[in-house]
Write a protein of this length. Structure first.
Length: 251
């Protein structure tokens, strides 16, 4: 598994979300100081539908280990936020900060969590990805950008970003199934590192209510950036605000 790197400063590892790849962060990287940060990014490993979540996390953890960092931080977007939490669990002595962008301890509603999506939406994506991959991804990207003012340009970028790769359907189903059942609420309450949140108030996948809940109830949540008129990809729709927020965290 290849991890790419830009810059020479403090290492921050960026982890992308479902059905995307590492290139989704590149416009945001243009706003960041490469002398202040070392930006590391990679494609999530392709995992067979019947493989284990632990194997996936270990592949990523082993690739990070090759850098021999004394310490590093994590920036996880959406599903990437949950993977970042898992890496923090394995490397808790090395991770000082975790920045969660449009991420959540639970994506799916249940009897004790009401700040996510209905289970049926995940079931529909899992079924439709087998029948019409292009249409399913287009619908997913549109869902991410509902309520977004500059939707067209971001949608074009997301579509072109994915179009450069042949997506593995079994891998998509693997990650989707774990988004459906993962629950990090208890663990987040016991994390040793500082937690920072970036979110858009128009997000239809990770509702802003989930972020407000975390801010109020998870003790290690420090600085938050809740952006007016932003949806699920705030670092693309509002890159300057997110870059300023990151600089503030590391000031």
């Amino acid at each position: 598994m290849l991890i790419e790197s830009l810059g020479v400063g403090h290492p921050i590892i960026f982890i992308h979300g479902w059905a995307m790849n590492k290139d989704v962060f590149k416009p945001f990287f243009e706003k960041l100081d490469k002398k202040k940060y070392q930006l590391l990014f990679f494609d999530l490993p392709e995992i067979d539908e019947n493989d284990t979540w632990e194997n996936c996390i270990n592949q990523i953890s082993d690739a990070i280990q090759d850098f021999n960092f004394d310490s590093f931080d994590l920036f996880g977007w959406s599903l990437g936020g949950q993977i970042a939490i898992e890496i923090c669990r394995l490397k808790r002595e090395k991770v000082k900060k975790i920045i969660l962008a449009s991420s959540t301890p639970l994506f799916v509603n249940n009897d004790f969590w009401e700040f996510g999506l209905k289970e049926e939406i995940f079931e529909d994506f899992a079924k439709s990805i087998m029948n019409d991959q292009k249409k399913t991804l287009t619908n997913f990207f549109n869902l991410q950008l509902l309520g977004q003012e500059n939707k067209k340009s971001i949608l074009n970028y997301l579509t072109n970003c994915v179009a450069t790769q042949n997506l593995n359907v079994n891998s998509l189903k693997f990650y989707l199934s774990h988004m459906k059942k993962n629950n990090f609420l208890t663990f987040m309450g016991n994390m040793n590192c500082d937690i920072h949140l970036i979110a858009g108030d128009q997000d239809k996948i990770v509702p802003i209510e989930s972020q407000i809940f975390m801010k109020k109830n998870i003790r290690n949540v420090k600085k938050t950036l809740f952006i007016n008129k932003a949806s699920h990809v705030p670092f693309l729709s509002h890159p300057e605000e997110c870059a300023t927020y990151l600089d503030d965290i590391y000031s």
